[in-house]
Design a protein around this ligand. Structure first.
Ligand SMILES: NC(=O)c1ccc[n+]([C@@H]2O[C@H](COP(=O)([O-])OP(=O)(O)OC[C@H]3O[C@@H](n4cnc5c(N)ncnc54)[C@H](OP(=O)(O)O)[C@@H]3O)[C@@H](O)[C@H]2O)c1
Length: 316
């Protein structure tokens, strides 16, 4: 039996739906029923329920976006760093293997090969990088699970949210048996304020950048599949292979959904941060070779995006 924490959230709901559809027995206590953020409460609950596996899809995300985490720093630290540490200690003390939903937002940029030499480029929006992206996409490689986060409290600048997620990973590494599943900019066919495809259609202006993305259903299926196959514990980047720019995704929206509205873009980073955003945003490319090497399939990002848009179901 599986215990699912965070089942009321955007990602937790997908885990609940997938567990249900795949016939895995599970229980999903709400925080109101069982305050699972408290060591003693969680330990007593897991001692009683004796799960084979635990999924932690709970965390503090900030609404409507990460800027809210700057105002709610205590909740952000509690939800993303202290809370996973609590789960890790409880699970280690009861010998329960578990999986933690982390985020790719602890990285910025990509690894870029320039004149045969690889280096990390934190900002992919600068003109030389934009040109290179058009002319030589093959020069761009994602961060692997071996790379140290470069958008964190230890490697500032970063947003408070990203810093707290990196600290959460640090707090649970090195003991117990667990997966760290890194999710990045979730999307699927269901119109939702948390869905990247919904967000792009609602922003007054789009921020142009380059990212790896995770189809929400593909992400959850892959995480469950790692456990089903008893893949080695550890960190996994769980994104759809490849990367896309915001303008590429907008083009796909225009082609497939044919919206009546026109899309505009912020003229520059300077304008975006002056008008629309308070804290630095992570934009990054992740490498998924480790996940693919386990045999867990993931569709290329363009295919997953086209599929989501072809099945698009708008909110009524
Ligand atoms: N959505 C994204 O874009 C995204 C991207 C990368 C990674 N992630 C990570 O994925 C996980 C789930 O995100 P989500 O988008 O599903 O978030 P969400 O929709 O905001 O749901 C958050 C879930 O966590 C619980 N929660 C909220 N504050 C908490 C706290 N301080 N301590 C413990 N639990 C708390 C909520 O429970 P209640 O109902 O009881 O409040 C809810 O079940 C988070 O760890 C997030 O960092 C999300």
């Amino acid at each position: 039996m599986i215990v699912l924490l965070g089942a009321t959230g955007y990602i937790g709901r997908q885990f609940a739906a997938a567990l249900e559809a795949q016939g895995w027995p599970f229980v999903a206590p709400s925080r109101a029923e069982v305050d699972y953020t408290r060591f003693g409460v969680l330990r007593a609950y897991l001692g009683r329920t004796k799960p084979d596996f635990l999924i932690n899809a709970a965390g503090y995300t900030g609404k409507p976006n990460v800027d809210a985490c700057e105002q709610n720093r205590a909740d952000t630290l509690q939800g993303n760093a202290l809370f996973p540490a609590t789960v890790a200690h409880v699970c280690a003390s009861l010998n329960i293997p578990w999986g933690h939903v982390s985020s790719g937002c602890i990285f910025s940029g990509a690894k870029v090969a320039v004149l045969g030499r690889g280096r990390v480029e934190r900002d992919l929006t600068q003109p030389s990088m934009a040109l290179m992206l058009r002319q030589n996409r093959g020069a761009f490689q994602g961060f692997t699970e071996e790379d140290e986060p470069n958008f964190s409290f230890r490697r500032p600048p970063c947003s408070f949210y990203s810093g707290s997620k990196a600290l959460g990973e640090e707090a649970i590494q090195g003991f117990g048996q667990h997966y760290i599943w890194r999710l990045r900019i979730p999307f699927d066919q269901f119109d939702d304020p948390r869905n990247y495809l919904s967000k792009l259609q609602q922003y007054p202006k789009v921020y142009e950048n380059v990212n790896s993305l995770s189809h929400r259903g593909d992400f959850v299926t892959a995480c469950l599949e790692l456990w089903r196959r008893r893949a080695p514990f550890g960190v996994y980047n769980v994104t759809n292979p490849g990367f896309v720019s915001s303008s590429q995704v907008v083009e796909m929206i225009q082609k497939i959904l044919k919206p009546r509205r026109a899309f505009g873009f912020w003229a520059s980073d300077e304008e975006f941060y002056r008008v629309a955003a308070k804290t630095p945003r992570s934009n990054c490319i992740l490498d998924v070779s480790k996940l693919l090497a386990t045999g867990v399939p993931m569709r290329p990002v363009e295919e997953a995006l086209a599929d989501a848009l072809q099945k698009w179901s708008p909110r009524s």
